[in-house]
Design a protein around this ligand. Structure first.
Ligand code: HEM
Length: 149
């Protein structure tokens, strides 16, 4: 994957304005609420019985931060996201098993993350910014699922 200077700048700008502690919990909670079948992967997380329970669940918040922490590493290693995520991909594959639903869920999580970020940024989330942001997320999802095939 090639990153132009303009794209690198956009990624750095967007990421610089993101609070992992704020956006991470919101994005994961949104995934679990909007696409409730993804809850089945998180059986160990306790009460996910309503939107309120999900948003107030400390394990959801904690894991949302963990996921964004992984994204932080990707942003800092744009040129080798696949190598960076090799172990993480294997872990998702072995832990969650090969399942097209899980594969699709990664795209759904990426969408939830985009919506949370767009909501926060408002008009600053221009089409150009969105295009680069989505490129980043698709590289991340491809790397995360690379061990599935
Ligand atoms: C664990 C990142 C997508 C389910 C993790 C961990 C990270 C991570 C960093 C912790 C790894 C460790 O303990 O060493 C990501 C990223 C994703 C993603 C960057 C996509 C952008 C998903 C999706 C699902 C999922 C779509 C299922 C719907 C899980 C589960 C765990 C986990 C169940 C273990 C949680 C626990 O019990 O602590 N993920 N993940 N992940 N992930 Fe993901």
């Amino acid at each position: 994957v090639e990153w132009s200077a303009a794209e690198r700048k956009i990624v750095a700008d967007v990421w610089g304005k993101i609070s992992i502690d704020e956006i991470g919990p919101q994005a994961l909670a949104r995934l679990l609420i909007v696409y409730p079948w993804t809850q089945r992967y998180f059986g160990a997380f306790g009460d996910l019985s309503s939107a309120g329970a999900i948003m107030g669940n400390p394990k959801v918040s904690e894991h949302g931060k963990t996921v964004l922490g992984a994204l932080d590493k990707a942003v800092k290693n744009l040129d080798d996201i696949k190598g960076l995520y090799a172990k993480l991909s294997k872990m998702h594959y072995e832990k969650l098993n090969v399942d097209p639903d899980n594969f699709r869920a990664s795209y759904l999580l990426a969408d939830c993350l985009s919506i949370v970020v767009a909501t926060k940024f408002g008009s600053a989330f221009s089409p150009e910014v969105q295009a680069t942001w989505q490129k980043l997320l698709s590289v991340v999802v491809a790397a995360l699922t690379s061990k599935y095939f």
